[in-house]
Ligand binder design. Structure first.
Ligand code: F6P
Length: 317
């Protein structure tokens, strides 16, 4: 193997992972071709050479220096064939894909349908890559959301209000659950669970009669709209509510130390296993050990441990 390609999605820590991949490869005299704009760039042949110098000064920057896109074209056979042509035309012997479920599904397809040697590095704020403990970007996102919740708490408790904070997570409540526990929030609504507005309102009213004066309810994006939850609570209790939708600020920002360290370790390990001949797999940390798992397993649904967390949130509020 003489040249590897590198394709990314975005979240905090991805630049640190790019740096680790590039410098680890350079150390082994391997060239690196950076693919711009994710799978769209792979289809269009947008590839740039990356060397030790080109990844300097990015370890602390959010996003991805390679840019990214949600590619519709890669879902078509024509798009996939064009992507494979780019790989062949640029003499790319193996590909490292940094991203979440969608990116890793694409990587699995390139390996199985087109025989491209591919290794994935899990990076998504959702932490929903099956088989690994933590994905790059999740820790930073928790801290960004937590910082916002702490600030909201200052005003919530001053004004004695009910606040509904919507965090990211279309089909996964990981971020919501962690933020609710770390932020001392009263309730959390997850896509993995149904929710009972009636019961929640009864709890709020009962709490208020016992002297509780403020509430922060975390709702994951994929559960329901924060505005709708707020309207339902006000409608049923007559109490004043406010809403904050945190949105994409959670996916940006300087990566935390945990994400940078994870990115450094996984980037280096991905190069190592790719050069060793591994393919159609994803690197990750499990119980603080570097492991590889088949991409087929990594992209399966990851079960979120809800019950014990939810119980703890309720005990502690
Ligand atoms: O998968 C990561 C994620 O940030 C989810 O939490 C969120 O639901 C989704 O991506 C948002 O996607 P987009 O940036 O395309 O709107």
């Amino acid at each position: 193997m003489k040249k590897i390609g590198l394709l990314t999605r975005d979240c905090a820590g991805v630049n640190a992972a790019i740096r680790s991949v590039v410098r680890s490869a350079v150390c082994c005299d391997i060239d690196v071709a950076g693919v711009l704009r994710g799978y769209d760039g792979l289809i269009d042949g947008d590839v740039i050479p990356l060397d030790r110098q080109s990844v300097s000064g990015i370890i602390n920057r959010g996003g991805t220096m390679l840019k990214t896109a949600r590619s519709q074209r890669f879902c078509t056979e024509q798009g996939q064939k064009q992507a494979v042509e780019t790989i062949r035309n640029n003499n790319i012997d193996g590909l490292i894909v940094i991203g979440g479920n969608g990116s890793l599904t694409g990587a699995h397809l390139l390996a199985t349908r087109y025989g491209i040697p591919v290794v994935g590095i899990p990076a998504t704020i959702d932490n929903d890559v099956n088989g690994v403990d933590l994905t790059i970007g999740a820790d930073t996102a928790i801290n960004v959301a937590l910082d916002a919740v702490d600030k909201i708490r200052d005003t919530v408790s001053s004004l004695e209000r009910i606040f509904i904070v919507e965090v990211m997570g279309r089909s996964c409540g990981y971020l919501a659950l962690q933020v609710a526990l770390a932020g001392g929030c009263e309730e959390v609504l997850l896509p993995e669970q149904g929710f009972d507005v009636e019961m929640m309102c009864n709890e709020i009213v009962a709490g208020n009669t016992h002297g509780k004066t403020s509430w922060i309810i975390i709702v994951a994006e994929g559960t329901a709209k924060a505005q709708d939850i707020a309207a339902m609570i006000t409608g049923k209790t007559g109490l004043e509510t406010r809403v904050a939708v945190l949105g994409h600020i959670q996916r940006g920002g300087a990566p935390s130390a945990i994400d940078r360290i994870l990115a450094a370790r996984l980037g280096n390990f991905a190069v190592e296993v790719l050069l060793d001949g591994a393919t159609d797999c994803c690197v990750g940390l499990k119980d603080d050990r570097l492991i590889t798992i088949p991409l087929e397993v990594a992209i399966q649904h990851k079960k979120l441990e809800v019950e014990s967390f939810y119980k703890l949130i309720k005990i502690l509020t």
